[in-house]
Design a protein around this ligand. Structure first.
Ligand code: UGA
Length: 448
């Protein structure tokens, strides 16, 4: 099928690339003409595992193209995926102005009927507003567009694998024909007819559920899922605080909890808390949506509060260990909001670094992918590609992101480089016993 993708951020690029790899003809556009120029030149503006290889093979096969002209991109597809940003306003409410702008462009530029699919994360009822906007902006007020919601559940870092092997594909529609079109668009995924760059022939074979719902339900499913995962993390973090007071081990507790299939073991890792451009903003937007219809979502307010306190809890540990922070050389290992991404939006590490700088620490930071993005924001930090160089002369090592390179760091090698053998671990990467055997003063979350 011929598909258009509006918005070439994480969601749009992965969606466009994977649909092209699955055999569709895809045209992508973005308001940022420089981004389109780079994509046309074969550059990939974000780091996401396997994205570069699928984009380059789709490009060679002529299945993906880019245009800075939104009208051209809109006219190229029979179905249009809206993948533009919905950032939080000051109040926490999602800013939907980019969606409104795209609706206007589609209504004005399309020359034939289209299926318009919202993939951006939006509050419930946005689809209905989108339908109204498309009609209002169409000449004569009569819309030639069908609207659908198809929320994405991709995680940054594993987005390509998640796209090809989803647990569920949710399509919120108003008419049967829209569901049929979306089933056709997803047919290669449902029938496993694609070349998967991630698993190279040993792909999971389970069949994803294809769920057809109303548009309101589809939109709610997305927010309800992300908020529930965020709630799970905050729950684990409170359990971790309890473990510290009581003298229990949070890893033992959450592991045993997770063996109950009703609970599940994922998203129970205690530490610095959740960041990124999804959970913090989606939790806020969901609280706001609930309030707008008279539902007080106290549970989520607590989730948010617990998460914000994680940074304080971490810095309390740093203070306790270092006593005076001013003038100390602190090595920060990890800047990205989680491993396998260069994304630093709402990254807990950045808040930690800012607070340390404010207190007068000399911060030396390292990250496998996020240094160049961080440099512009935090120019007072000294950056090192090599983690051992960041640790040279350090009074303390602070672990802020759970990258595998940090998990497998050779602390025997690092110890003589450091001025003081102190590690404060915000991601519980190491065994406290092992670190102490190596001669480190080691602090982590929820473990003695
Ligand atoms: C999240 C969801 O997992 C995706 O399903 C969803 O599609 C996406 O948001 C989105 O809405 O676009 P993502 O933000 O990429 O994906 O990251 P996650 O892997 O979910 O991690 C979020 C944060 O939680 C990270 O900061 C991570 O370090 C933290 N986390 C995760 C914990 O602190 N503890 C855990 O046990 C798990």
């Amino acid at each position: 099928m011929r598909l258009s993708v509006i918005g070439c951020g994480y969601v749009g690029l992965v969606t466009g690339a994977c649909f092209a790899a699955a055999g569709h003809e895809v045209t992508c556009t973005d308001i940022d003409a420089e981004r389109i120029r780079r994509l046309q030149a074969g550059e990939v503006p974000i780091y996401e595992q396997h994205l570069e290889e699928i984009l380059s093979s789709a490009r060679k096969d002529g299945r993906i193209s880019y245009s800075a002209d939104a009208g051209e991109a809109i006219r190229a597809g029979d179905a249009i995926f809206i993948c533009v940003g919905t950032p939080p306003k000051e109040s926490g409410e999602a800013d939907l102005s980019a969606i409104d702008q795209v609706a206007r462009q589609i209504a004005e530029q399309a020359r034939s009927p289209k299926l318009v699919i919202e993939k951006s994360t939006v509050p419930a009822r946005t689809g209905l507003e989108l339908r109204r906007a498309l009609a209002a902006y169409s000449s004569g007020g009569k819309s030639a567009f069908r609207v659908a919601s198809n929320p994405e559940f991709l995680r940054e870092g594993t987005a390509v694998g998640d796209f090809f092997h989803p647990d569920r594909i949710v399509v919120g529609v108003e008419e049967e024909s829209a569901a049929a079109d979306l089933r056709e668009i997803y047919r290669p995924i449902l029938e496993h007819k694609f070349h998967c760059p991630v698993h190279q022939g040993s792909c999971p074979t389970s069949q994803p559920a294809f769920l057809v719902t109303t548009i309101n339900s589809a939109e709610l499913i997305k927010h309800a899922s992300n908020s529930f995962l965020a709630l799970k993390i905050s729950y684990a973090n409170v359990i971790s605080d309890l473990c510290e007071r009581i003298g229990a081990d949070v890893k033992e507790v959450t592991h045993a909890m997770g063996l109950d299939p009703r609970i599940g073991g994922q998203f129970l890792s205690a530490g610095l808390g959740f960041g990124g451009f999804c959970f913090p903003k989606d939790v806020q937007a969901f609280i706001h949506l609930a309030a707008s219809v008279g539902v007080d979502f106290d549970l989520l307010k607590a989730t948010e509060r617990v998460n914000k306190q994680r940074i304080d809890r971490f810095l309390e540990k740093v203070h306790k260990a270092l006593w005076v922070v001013k003038g100390k050389h602190v090595a920060v290992l990890g800047l990205a909001f989680k491993a396998n991404t260069d994304d630093i939006r709402f990254a807990p590490a950045l808040e930690v670094v800012k607070r340390l700088l404010e207190e007068g620490a000399m911060v030396h930071a390292t990250d496998p992918e996020a240094i160049s993005r961080t440099k512009a924001l935090l120019p007072k930090v000294t950056y090192h590609e090599d983690p051992y160089e960041a640790l040279r002369g350090a009074d303390a090592a602070l672990i802020c992101t759970e990258w595998d390179v940090f998990r497998h760091l050779d602390w025997k090698r690092a110890k003589p480089l450091m001025a003081r053998s102190l590690v404060v671990d915000g991601r519980n990467l190491y065994s406290p016993k092992h670190m102490r055997e190596l001669g480190f003063e080691y602090h982590s979350f929820g473990r003695a």
